[in-house]
Write a new protein. Sequence first.
Length: 489
Amino acid sequence: MKNKKKILMITSEVVPYAKTGGLADMVSALSLKLKEKGHDVRIVLPRYYDIPKEMLEKLDLPLGIPTGTGEKWTAVYTDMLKKKVPVYFIDHEGLFGRAGIYGPSGGEAFDDNAERYNLLCRGAFQLCRFLDWIPDIMHCHDWSSGLVPLYLNTIEYNNEFAETASVFTIHNIGYQGVFSSDQTIHTGLLEQSSMLHNDDMNFLKCALDQSHIITTVSPTYAKEIQSPEYGSGLEQLLDYRKYDLFGILNGVDYSDWNPETDKYIKPHNYSSENIKNKTLIKKRLQKMAGLEEDSSKPLIGIVSRLADQKGFKELCEPFYGCLASLCRYIDLQFVILGTGEKWCEDELNRLSKTLPNLTAWTQFDNEKAHLIEAGSDFFLMPSRYEPCGLNQLYSLKYGTLPIVRKTGGLADTVENYNQDSGQGTGFTFNDLTPEAIYNVVGWAVWAWFNKPKHIVTMQKRAMERDFSWTDSIVKYNEIYDKALEKRRS
């Protein structure tokens, strides 16, 4: 690949240091793949309390970061992501020295998040000066880095960063970083219109207004967010910027998610050419989950954040969701792994105790996540919206047929089953209702019992689909070129 670039990733999450969702996986995988192509890639994020200092190397000098409320002095730590990509951690005890990333729990947010992530955005520039390394591209991820493009177009416009371009990736438009307007004080900027939306400070709106190029994580989601149904109030701005908006499908890091090499399913690894061991892993999962060890029963897995966005209202809200009926009236088994909204955790734990064919684990465990992907027959994702989705891509690789709502990246990656020809790689549905979920799961189970040859053929076909980063890296390089052309013209 020509035109090697210096690229700084600004993010609040990156695997394996901090993670709440797919953002962390994407930043890690994209950075490593860009590095493989010869780009000079570096990552900056906060050092949260849960990232031990002992694992990191402390750099020699403190970093002074100017803010609207005065200069803040921070330490800087570093590490190498898989011994390939430098990762820098901005360490400020008062703002980041606490448990939790955005809040003390998944359903709560810290009151000072505007100040915390303003420090990350301003700190990214100071870090580059500290390193004597000025990037060609500042690639910002989600709302927490949303002020970087604004700083690049104001305070940093005519200095060392005069030829640096901004690319902003929307991972989930439902999370925007909205705060009261008085929180703009932390920026020190007098012109505030770019930061405001409906009289509130809005990090994401600021990024959409100021970035040179905007991307999101699937082509379908890029179209969806320009509509009132999916735009979360920013659809008009996105429609205005539609010629600078591109959907690039996330890839999968097959070094971590591959049934042929997965360390969590040893010694029963398998491939599309020989998937017999999948049955052994299924029994292992059934035993771990306390379910009947019967390979003939279709086992449906879920690994998810427990939130309304993921369809859990329609799945398990008391007196409304269809999960209990699925378990009572269809011959199947369920294993669910996830954390999130308390009502959902409580309800899943209650159902798990009352339904013998359902097990719910509400504490995340990476080994269990891999076992569910490998040992399940189907993987359910009834998402209200899904910018890209990674679990359906993992499921395809493991021959675990996805059952998904046709939205966002799910629509781009799962081919619906044709029960006449046997074509397809999963099962899709359109309407997000308990009845629709019940019916599509019933359809998949029907195929399991009545079209077993179709199921095996679909499993092998799914495993042979390639959702690696190969094509996406080419597209990102083109995007970076577009951003630089806009900046430097």
